[in-house]
Ligand binder design. Structure first.
Ligand SMILES: *[C@@H]1O[C@H](CO)[C@@H](O)[C@H](O)[C@H]1NC(C)=O
Ligand SMILES: *[C@@H]1O[C@H](CO)[C@@H](O)[C@H](O)[C@H]1NC(C)=O
Ligand SMILES: *[C@@H]1O[C@H](CO)[C@@H](O)[C@H](O)[C@H]1NC(C)=O
Ligand SMILES: *[C@@H]1O[C@H](CO)[C@@H](O)[C@H](O)[C@H]1NC(C)=O
Ligand SMILES: *[C@@H]1O[C@H](CO)[C@@H](O)[C@H](O)[C@H]1NC(C)=O
Ligand SMILES: *[C@@H]1O[C@H](CO)[C@@H](O)[C@H](O)[C@H]1NC(C)=O
Ligand SMILES: *[C@@H]1O[C@H](CO)[C@@H](O)[C@H](O)[C@H]1NC(C)=O
Length: 667
């Protein structure tokens, strides 16, 4: 399992892989440079810090610029656009970019899914910029016309001037931010050729075939369409055409033939495709690398004439292909594209819309108590601060957490790699019942430093039972550093629905916490008896529940669990994590603040009650009508958690549930 992530030389990374990779599901797009093993045998993992600013950085203001376009010119002045501007530097030297521009799904998502606020400026890196611009425009125009979306063209701008002749500051961003960008290539050689032949490739989609090419040189053997096993390819790289059967069938039959890898070539005139499995094929794990390429006449000829051809794999540094200017006029990164699709651009644009809206919400009147301002959160201690609460706390009925997580440097590549739980604890009265109760929970993003969330935790106001409170924010002690920012926002909300004064939470009763999700999970929970205090107007169930870990059913991170609070043996309140494990589960939540385009599998599988790069939303249910409200009568509550409607019963490595749950009494 760990071996597929190619970090054999890195002890600490292997450790992280073991704790963080769910069986069969790759979570992190491995970056070997983040793991270092010095000569003395100690292992350090450190965030790369960028050199002192030598060029533009994310967060810098974008200057005015003008570029010539196919329709005239496009001018940007700070404040001239209502939303974000994406800038793309096309190059047909990249198999990934070629596929981005050829795939129906990708073009369709651009013309149907680009949020109205966003514009895109398309440039080319190459001398073919005039034909590139015309071709790009034609590709989107066709996609737009066939889907009745021609109006999107007014927000897309195509420049025929190559990047190296732009004469403005735009190229400096593409070159300076290129750091991790690579052109993936195949190198062919054969006796009698003066030079090796180097062509672009697109590796099979990473979550389907996790094996990647190594440093070796292989013999290349023609295996026809590759649909049937062929003993001649053992130990070699199989050269197979795209025709006659699925990509899966080809790779599977070549794997059965003990090939070291597969190169699928496009038939003449066809574009490079994103090789993936479909439906039931995806249940089978294959473990040899495979890539798609264009056919190469000199290779085909040599193979035909029986002349041996050898193949190796390389990647060449290149400028980045996207950046953006956000709605405030600030330079920003777009994050990682896990596969070639403009959907990633749409998700980043949706996030900018979320972020613009968040800025407006943060301007609404509130008493703000600053807690952390870019404070290092790392190790057992986490980030800790003691703050004074505003006087007249009883006047407020709303408490929101305004939290953000950023990285050691300005670039995403300086960010921590994994998705971990972050918890915020509060203690206002060290002798009181609530000291160090959880006030908020988030999940970190894979290597992106843009997360910023506003979470309504008003029902927990009674936790603030003193004037001076200590807040502690922590993630797992072995996580790489994050910088946390947190403000408490106290305000008054008048929405009652029926005109009366909004009740205020005055008392809170802790209920259950979670634990190991094994066959004894539910045996730990006993019924709790309680009576409702006098003067109570409303009672609410408040729970923050997340499921983690991976047993043989991928529970709890990727399995559907349900959580039940049964009141008075009759009222069954149920929360089901039904998007856990679903494809694209977390992309739905980008508009609510889930960080898009993380450098890991943020989108591909819904999680058990959470998404990467998002706050965990409290589950709140008004249970007033389920209770005997008289203070002289008693009520009962019991919690249980189920997997597929039954007690969990894993045979290995049980997962676990992290839960805080309370009854909140309002007056
Ligand atoms: C991109 O390159 C491929 C082969 O290298 C070629 O077939 C295709 O026509 C090129 N597309 C454009 C737009 O230049
Ligand atoms: C596809 O299958 C047909 C029929 O078996 C065969 O004639 C043809 O050569 C195959 N195509 C390739 C590229 O192998
Ligand atoms: C592949 O290798 C395995 C193990 O060495 C061997 O048993 C099998 O016969 C080989 N298959 C082919 C088609 O060469
Ligand atoms: C593949 O997996 C899915 C989901 O787990 C399952 O429903 C399906 O039956 C499996 N198909 C095969 C052929 O095993
Ligand atoms: C809520 O009520 C207060 C006091 O009556 C008033 O000042 C405030 O404008 C109201 N806010 C909203 C959003 O209606
Ligand atoms: C409390 O409420 C439950 C549900 O409404 C009801 O079944 C039960 O009889 C009540 N108990 C008393 C003592 O009133
Ligand atoms: C509560 O509801 C869930 C699902 O709706 C069900 O599986 C469970 O058995 C119910 N429990 C009780 C005690 O009614």
């Amino acid at each position: 399992m760990a071996a597929v992530l190619r970090s054999k030389s890195c002890v600490l990374c292997l450790l992280l892989v073991v704790v963080s990779v769910s069986e069969g599901k790759v979570k992190l797009i491995q970056d070997q440079s983040a793991c270092e093993e010095p000569q003395d045998g100690t292992v350090t993992v450190r965030a790369r810090t960028p050199p002192a600013a030598l060029g533009p950085e994310p967060g810098d203001p974008a200057d005015t610029f003008t570029v010539r376009t196919l329709d005239g010119e496009f001018s940007y002045r700070p404040g001239s656009l209502g939303g974000p501007l994406f800038v793309h530097a096309f190059t047909n030297k990249s198999g990934f970019v070629e596929c981005l521009w050829s795939s129906e799904e990708s073009l369709s998502s651009l013309v149907t899914g680009l949020p109205d606020s966003a514009r895109v400026l398309f440039l080319s890196q190459d001398e073919s910029s005039v034909s590139d611009a015309l071709w790009m425009r034609e590709q989107v125009l066709q996609a737009a016309v066939s889907r009745g979306k021609k109006e999107v063209m007014s927000r897309l701008h195509f420049s025929p001037v190559p990047m190296f002749m732009q004469g403005n500051w735009i190229p400096s961003v593409f070159y300076f931010w290129g750091g991790v960008s690579r052109l993936a290539q195949v190198v062919f050689s054969s006796e009698g050729w003066k030079l090796p032949v180097v062509i672009k490739r697109l590796d099979a989609r990473y979550d389907w075939l996790t094996a990647r090419w190594g440093q070796s040189t292989y013999e290349l053997i023609d295996a026809g369409d590759g649909c049937d096993p062929s003993p001649s390819v053992a130990g070699a790289v199989a050269w197979v055409s795209e025709s006659n059967c699925s990509f899966f069938t080809k790779v599977q039959s070549m794997s059965k033939s003990n090939a070291s890898g597969v190169l699928v070539y496009a038939l003449s005139g066809n574009p490079i495709q994103d090789m993936n499995c479909v439906e039931d094929e995806c249940n089978t794990t294959l473990s040899i690398p495979a890539s798609m390429v264009h056919t190469e006449p000199s290779v085909a000829q040599a193979l035909q004439s029986g002349q041996p051809v050898f193949v190796s794999f390389q990647s060449t540094p290149s400028p980045t292909t996207f950046f953006c200017i956000d709605h405030r006029g600030t330079l920003a990164e777009i994050g990682g594209f896990l596969y070639p699709s403009f959907s990633f651009l749409n998700w980043q644009a949706q996030w900018f819309d979320f972020y613009a809206d968040l800025q407006i919400k943060l301007k609404s009147p509130a008493k703000v108590v600053p807690v952390f301002e870019k404070v290092l959160m790392q190790g057992d201690k986490g980030a800790v601060a003691t703050v004074d609460l505003p006087s007249g706390l009883l006047d407020f009925n709303t408490l929101e957490l305004d939290a953000a997580l950023s990285c050691p440097g300005k670039r995403d590549l300086t960010c921590a790699h994994w998705d971990h739980t972050v918890q915020l604890y509060v203690c206002c009265d060290p002798a009181g019942p609530y000291c160090n109760t959880e006030l908020g929970r988030w999940i970190t993003a894979f290597r992106r430093g843009i997360g910023h969330w506003l979470t309504d935790v008003s029902p927990l106001l009674p936790l603030l039972d003193g004037n001076k409170c200590t807040l502690t924010m922590k993630t797992v002690p072995w996580a790489m550093p994050w910088f946390t920012s947190l403000n408490l926002r106290f305000s008054i909300s008048n929405q009652t629905g029926n005109g009366g004064e909004k009740p205020r939470p005055v008392r809170l009763m802790p209920l259950y916490d979670g634990g190991t999700f094994d066959k004894n999970y539910n045996k730990r929970f006993q019924p709790i008896k309680f009576s409702v205090p006098a003067r109570t107007k409303k009672v609410e169930l408040y729970a923050v529940i997340t499921a983690h870990g991976s047993d043989e059913n991928e529970c709890g991170e990727f399995c559907v669990t349900s959580h039940h609070f049964l009141f008075n043996n009759v009222f069954n309140n149920t929360l089901v994590f039904d998007s856990a494990g679903s494809p694209l589960g977390c992309t739905e939540q980008v508009k609510d603040g889930a960080v898009p385009n993380e450098h890991g599998t943020w989108l591909l599988y819904g999680r058990g009650g959470w998404c990467d790069g998002l706050q965990v939303n409290p589950w709140r249910i008004d249970i007033t009508k389920q209770l005997n409200m008289s203070s002289s009568q008693s009520n009962t509550v019991i919690y249980f958690g189920l997997y597929e409607g039954r007690d969990p019963n894993p045979s290995k490595q049980p997962g676990y549930i992290i839960m805080s749950s309370f009854l909140i009494f309002y007056e």
